[in-house]
Design a protein around this ligand. Structure first.
Ligand SMILES: Cc1ncc(COP(=O)(O)O)c(C=O)c1O
Length: 372
């Protein structure tokens, strides 16, 4: 069927929200209680319900993941150099710079697009104190090999788990790996509270310290134990989070159906490579990245433009590489020949639209343009 002249825009993602009438009673409670922030009843309840849903023991809610990452590094007193991936959103490396830490970029695995564990050891120096990998697109890192390296060299591991809400690997939640994991609930994420985030902690003592740090360092009314920041989640966001948890399984199921529809038709299309799952037992289908190979008739950027011309807003996550931005490109680890896989993938990747409200017809519109 010919496409209508001005087809409605399709974005790479759109937030899934509860109906407004469902949220009003929560707002009414906030208005009645006048407790707006600083750990109110919705904050407490949301932390509990999140732990249950995700299968983790301790959670500290945050205003966003970036402040969560900055605070996670402070909580573990990370200094010197931290090994991380260039193939991520800039906030990963920015959290290091905000702590005066030097990022050391290590290349990614060509299949999972996560930090390549085989290349980590060569980047360790006497200044290295931690590894900050990213579960990119919600695909689990090789958590066991990374932990083995960390144990051998006495390093901490902080996962940027901004994409990994609800992801399960062979031993339960992927968020239980490493010393800390940081989630994002930003509007573009699988699970959103408008803005928001959380740190998953191994024990109550660590959570307590993180709670001091996210509240200016206050341990009680008159005691400040660290130069903390304001990272607290408000009651509004926490209440929304509680409501969002009710719909999350249905939202993930809709994402799965879209993922399957893409894969079914793309399997036979030469020059388009889909990413395989990375060993997860449950995926969250946060993104649908494809890699445009040389045999595809269009370059990645020409395809990106073709989509835009048809009002489809696919995104080139993650291009440019973090290591190419001005504040990073002078680092020795940002050198061209140090990151060959990440460089190639950043030139090939295109994330196709995926979100619960995307109709089958819209998915087919994307596929038709690809020539599938
Ligand atoms: C990998 C990654 N890390 C960190 C962030 C920052 O999250 P936030 O927007 O919640 O600060 C994002 C996305 O926004 C992300 O994609």
């Amino acid at each position: 069927m010919p496409e209508p002249k001005n087809p409605a825009a399709i974005y790479v993602t759109r937030p899934e929200l509860p109906s407004l009438p469902e949220f009003i009673p929560y707002l009414q409670e906030i208005w009645d209680s006048k407790v707006l922030t600083n750990g109110g009843q919705f904050h407490h309840q949301f932390e509990q319900n999140l732990c249950d849903y995700l299968g983790v023991k301790h959670i500290a809610l945050f205003t966003n993941a970036t402040i969560g990452l900055v605070t996670a590094l402070q909580a573990l007193r990370i200094t010197g150099e931290v090994i991380t991936t260039p193939y991520s959103f800039v906030a990963t490396a920015h959290s290091l710079l905000w702590n005066g830490i030097k990022p050391v970029f290590v290349d990614i695995d060509p299949v999972t697009l996560n930090l390549d564990p085989g290349k980590i050891e060569a980047a360790i120096t006497p200044q290295t104190t931690a590894i900050m990998p990213v579960h990119c697109y919600g695909h689990p890192c090789d958590v066991e090999r990374i932990q083995a390296i960390a144990d051998t060299y006495g390093l901490k591991v902080i996962y940027d788990a901004a994409h990994a809400f609800g992801v399960q690997c062979h031993c339960g939640s992927v968020l239980n790996h490493g010393d800390l994991s940081v989630l994002s609930f930003h509007a573009t994420k699988v699970f959103t509270t408008f803005e928001g985030g959380a740190i998953v902690c191994p024990d109550e003592k660590t959570r307590q310290r993180i709670n001091y740090l996210k509240n200016f360092g206050f341990a009680d009314e008159v005691t400040v134990v660290a130069p903390g920041i304001n990272g607290k989640m408000s009651e509004f966001n926490a209440a929304l989070g509680l409501l969002q948890l009710r719909g999350i399984d249905q939202a993930l199921a809709k994402r799965r159906a879209i993922d399957e529809r893409y894969r079914a038709r793309l399997a036979a299309l030469a020059g388009i490579r889909c990413l395989p799952p990375a060993g997860e037992m449950r995926s969250n289908h946060a993104y649908f990245p494809v890699l445009i190979q040389p045999e595809y008739p269009l370059s990645r950027d020409a395809l990106y433009q073709k989509f835009r011309d048809h009002n489809i807003h696919a995104r080139r996550y993650f291009y440019p590489l973090i290591s190419d931005f001005p504040m990073y490109r002078g680092l020795p680890s940002a050198a061209h020949n140090n990151l060959p896989v990440a460089r190639t993938v950043a030139q090939q990747v295109l994330c196709l639209p995926i979100y619960p409200g995307l109709s089958h017809d819209q998915v087919d519109r994307v596929l038709d343009l690809l020539g599938a």
